[in-house]
Write a protein that binds this ligand. Structure first.
Ligand code: TYM
Length: 327
């Protein structure tokens, strides 16, 4: 069985982009893969976090993992900081990466742009992500398109170390959804949907009330030509709505367009409101039951133990290859 690893930052506002780009794949893959899903709290502190909020968000994401259908009996769910190998391997990989390649990362440029002083963690963030992946001899990494460059870096580092020290790491592949890989902001379809955008109507969070879902979709930016066409370059707003529709319903955009009898964008939006509300209703219901359960922390503790059992032999291999410690 191939091994899958992926992670989500515990920063609140988990949205439709996270779900359709990554989380939905997590659930599908657990049928025929050995899956490890992490809540990457060490990544979250690359920007300042309120400690109380961070602890809360860790459990929020854990509850969401379960609510969307990740089964802790099949898959490992755990918190990154509970397995020390992530930080340890992160350091070893920092010593095998270059500031040049890290400063070229699009996300680093976007996050550091215009700032007087930039935290070192923001620069080395993709190296820690490479460590997350390589620590488990991962074959497949399901993520959204915005992580493509980071996966490439993980592959480059793995190949570099393998060439220098002999076969140490499995070289992983990214896995991207057809429709959901890049969900755009509803208010500005030139930008990706994000957790941190100020306008709450730019995104649909997985726990949004039905009335909020309706409001955000009905006021989504479209265009003035009134044509129903999938054309992300010239019609990014309408194409984004069609993409979301396709990813949520499982129908292709072509099927949706062939079946429709909309009179205007309002009709498309109304239909999408219904599809979205229906898709998120069971997640919200499950979430509310799970979030208050005492079982949640036990699942995470058990997950960390199981993850650690996989990580330890890999760390030993790394120490041996590099000549660290006493052997
Ligand atoms: P994060 O927490 O920002 O996002 C979690 C997942 O959601 C995907 N995503 C999107 N997909 C489609 N459309 C969007 N608008 C959208 N926004 C976010 C992301 O691609 C991601 O898959 N660095 C990672 C977390 C991470 C990780 C890892 C992932 C740390 N270590 C190891 C995989 C393997 C991140 O910040 O994701």
């Amino acid at each position: 069985m191939k091994r899958v690893f992926s992670g989500v930052q515990p920063t609140g506002n988990i949205h439709l982009g996270n779900y359709l780009g990554a989380l939905k794949q997590f659930v599908e893959l657990q049928q025929d893969h050995e899956c490890i899903y992490c809540i990457v709290d060490e990544h979250a502190i690359t920007v300042p976090q309120d400690p109380k909020e961070l602890r809360k968000h860790i459990l929020d994401v854990a509850a969401l993992y379960l609510a969307i259908g990740i089964d802790p009996k099949k898959s490992i769910i755990f918190v990154q900081s509970q397995v020390s190998g992530h930080a340890e391997l992160g350091w070893v990989l920092c010593c095998n990466s270059y500031t040049g390649e890290l400063s070229r990362m699009t996300q680093f440029k976007a996050k550091s742009g215009g700032q007087e002083s930039v935290g070192t963690g923001l620069l080395t963030y993709p190296v820690l992500m490479a460590a997350d992946i390589l620590l488990y001899d991962t074959d497949v990494v399901p993520v959204g398109n915005d992580q493509k460059q980071h996966i490439e870096l993980a592959r480059d580092i793995a190949i570099r170390v393998n060439n220098k020290y002999g076969k140490t790491f499995v070289v992983p592949d990214g896995r991207f959804m057809k429709a959901g890989a890049r969900i755009m902001a509803l208010d500005d379809p030139e930008q990706k949907m994000s957790k941190s955008a100020e306008n709450v109507h730019s995104r649909i969070s997985l726990l949004d009330e039905d009335s909020k879902i309706k409001k955000s979709i009905m006021r989504a930016t479209t265009d003035c030509d009134g044509e129903f066409r999938f054309d992300p370059v010239n019609k990014p707003g309408v194409s984004n709505l069609l993409n979301i529709y396709s990813a949520l319903s499982g129908k292709t955009v072509e099927e949706i367009l062939a079946e429709q009898n909309w009179r205007g964008y309002g009709d498309l939006k109304k239909e999408l409101v219904a599809v979205t509300q229906e898709a998120l209703a069971p997640i919200k219901q499950n979430y509310n039951e799970i979030r208050e359960s005492d079982e949640l922390k036990n699942i995470l503790r058990d997950g960390a133990e199981r993850a650690n059992a996989i990580a330890q032999p890999v760390m030993k291999r790394v120490r041996d290859k590099f000549g660290l410690g006493l052997g």
